[in-house]
Design a protein around this ligand. Structure first.
Ligand code: NDP
Length: 443
């Protein structure tokens, strides 16, 4: 069977799911040669199995707003693949959430979790609830009411959700509290919990730190270093914040940050007191990035993305499909040499092709942003042990996972001139899931 026939068939079965099909194309195009030439894989129809989630749950959540009005949202949990362990992946609260987006995220998550070498299957969930502008009470009521249904489908050995866009420690805490109340137990059913609720040190920092550790490996591999590198960062949420922190620590200079309203350009670097202000602005005040520009008198570009600045490295850390072909061309023109995804699938396929043609080293999210889920895996281990590891221990392990993922990419993505990180990550992630599925009798 030709690869295109396979992809057409998947598309026919999943109409109107562009994000899901985008993720499927990327993985299938990378792994097809391995798939086709491994009779055990091909005859087991493993790719047919892998593109189909094991279970998809969709449910209604009603809750009362502060004006006493009933609001209705739609929530989901996609239990994608449990060959390697309990389903594991974040919950996203954002008005754009739909089945296509969560299926793409769950599919990607399966291979990402495989790359960490930890015992975690792939899953993802969320709701079209927008926490922006909601009061604390409203967010709490929504989380509680959502858990009234979600609790039936999750558990520490079944499915362990975490955070994602719009879901941070506050939301995890509310969901964790509601689960405990309903089930009358105190267990590691969600990761990303605060330290006070038995979470892991550095879980909040882990995705951003991990991205920068991965970039460090990419640079080291070609005899370069982070020292003095100018870095364009998009987003100003959890991933972007801690990527900027780690950049500062390792000698790089973050020069941009953004949110869905625009971006700030600070050629002197978003660091020190300025970075602490940004963290406070986003974490506590829940303010807009334009306030950074006002406070520090830097340039602010409304409704623009930060891909037209001169930089050595670009880290897209906001959302899917935020870096298009024209942005890639602009970045290449302005000297970018390395791109690593902090977000999931922020780069469109056309943009990836431009980076490849131009010799820009490009790391896909399933490799470069796997530090978050790896640390969630560490959180699960600590919960089982009823122990908290020291932050240094978590950091050492996180770095080790990112180095191991880099090595797997190098092994499976080696090309004549440079590493093809997309191919390397997809093939390495796929092989481990494929072997586990075969060992489990394709269940
Ligand atoms: P947050 O909610 O903390 O921050 C998201 C940031 O991206 C905000 O600055 C937000 O701006 C911006 N943003 C969101 N949607 C859009 C959009 N459509 N256009 C422009 N900007 C947007 O989320 P995280 O930092 O946790 O997640 C960011 C990305 O990283 C996501 O793709 C997520 O899947 C991925 N990821 C997260 C992990 C984690 O551990 N948190 C782990 C691995 C991947 P605004 O506030 O204006 O909406």
């Amino acid at each position: 069977m030709l690869m295109n026939d396979f992809l057409n068939r998947v598309e026919a079965r999943n109409p109107d799911q562009p994000e899901f099909m985008q993720a499927v194309h990327e993985v299938v195009e990378s792994v097809w040669p391995v798939y086709e030439s491994t009779p055990e894989f091909y005859q087991s129809k493993l790719l047919d199995l892998m593109v189909e989630p094991e279970r998809q749950i969709s449910f209604r959540v009603s809750w009362m707003d502060d004006n006493g009005k009933i609001q209705v949202n739609r929530a989901y949990r996609i239990q994608y693949n449990s060959a390697l362990g309990p389903y594991k992946g974040g919950m996203r609260f954002h008005p754009t959430v739909n089945q296509s987006i969560l299926k793409f995220l769950g599919f990607e998550q399966t291979f990402k979790n495989s790359l960490t070498m930890l015992a975690m299957g792939g899953g993802k969930g969320g709701a079209d609830f927008d926490p922006k502008g909601k009061s604390d009470h409203e967010v709490r009521r929504f989380c509680k009411n959502m858990m009234m249904e979600l609790y039936r489908h999750i558990g520490p050995d079944v499915d362990v959700p975490a955070g994602d866009i719009g879901v941070g420690q506050r939301e995890i805490g509310y969901m964790f509290g509601a689960y405990g109340k309903i089930k009358n137990d105190y267990t590691g059913v969600l990761t990303g919990r605060s330290l006070g609720l038995g979470g892991s040190p550095l879980r909040s920092q882990a995705t951003g730190f991990g991205v920068v550790y991965f970039v460090e490996e990419m640079l080291k591999n070609v005899g370069d270093s982070l020292e003095g590198k100018r870095v364009a960062v998009s987003g100003s949420g959890n991933v972007a914040q801690y990527a900027m922190k780690k950049l500062e620590e390792l000698g790089g200079l973050a020069i941009t940050a953004s949110d869905s309203s625009g971006y700030v350009y600070d050629p002197e670097g978003i660091k020190g007191e300025k970075l602490d202000y940004l963290l406070d602005l986003k974490q506590k005040q829940r303010g807009r990035i334009s306030e950074y520009a006002k406070k520090y008198k830097t340039q602010y570009f409304e409704n623009k993305k930060p891909w037209d600045v001169a930089c050595d490295i670009a880290l897209p850390c906001a959302s899917q499909n935020e870096l298009y072909a024209e942005d890639a061309k602009e970045l290449v023109k302005n000297g970018v040499k390395y791109v690593a995804e902090g977000a999931n699938m922020p780069t469109t396929p056309d943009a990836m092709a431009i980076f490849k043609e131009s010799g820009v080293l490009f790391a896909p999210g399933k490799a470069s942003n796997a530090g978050g889920v790896a640390t969630s895996g560490f959180e699960m281990s600590q919960t089982s042990q009823r122990l908290n590891w020291e932050p240094e221990e978590v950091d050492r392990r996180l770095k080790g996972v990112m180095q191991s993922i880099h090595a797997q990419c190098a092994e499976h993505g080696a090309e004549k001139k440079q590493i093809d990180y997309v191919k390397g990550a997809n093939v390495a992630g796929f092989i481990r899931v494929a072997n586990a599925m075969i060992s489990r009798g394709l269940e």
